[in-house]
Design a protein around this ligand. Structure first.
Ligand code: HEC
Length: 125
């Protein structure tokens, strides 16, 4: 089948539009932050404790506490908050071991919540 010139132009135009639309959307994260990530009122009690329970306490709790680090209470968390190790290990910064161990970084929203919490002075509640 032979397309008329007008139809060809239409096809090319819609392909071009589809490609440029996908490029524009790459900026969504910068513009709106992480989708569905509520970073208001981030405290140890409201959000951080649960993230630690789910991802860290099996290796850093009452029974096992590698490097003496525990994430099962606000007081013990403050040790690695104050010496900078918490921010270093979860963000995989140079010079720090990477946590959670043998896994990738935490999901983007959970990481953002921890960083927001640290930026705000790590409030308990
Ligand atoms: C599977 C076990 C495991 C899990 C899960 C785990 N860790 Fe660790 N963590 C370790 C081990 C083992 C070490 C000791 C250093 C090493 O061998 O890498 C450590 C060390 C650390 C240290 C001390 C680093 C230093 O320089 O002294 C911090 C802080 C830490 N982990 C935080 C976390 C956080 C936060 C999470 C959850 C996001 C987490 N860990 C999850 C096993 C784990």
């Amino acid at each position: 089948m032979i397309l008329k010139t007008a139809e060809k132009i239409l096809v090319i135009a819609s392909i071009t539009a589809a490609f440029s639309a996908s490029c524009v959307n790459n900026n969504e994260l910068d513009l709106y932050g992480i989708p569905d990530c509520d970073t208001t009122n981030v405290t140890w009690d409201s959000k951080i404790s649960a993230i630690m329970q789910a991802n860290c306490v099996t290796c850093h709790g009452e029974e096992v506490s590698y490097n003496g680090v525990r994430h099962d209470s606000y007081e013990s968390e403050m040790v690695v908050v104050n010496d900078g190790r918490l921010r270093g290990v979860v963000n995989h910064l140079d010079g720090y071991v990477k946590m959670p161990k043998d896994r990738g970084k935490l999901p983007a929203c959970e990481l953002q919540l921890i960083n927001t919490w640290l930026d705000n002075g790590a409030p308990e509640n």
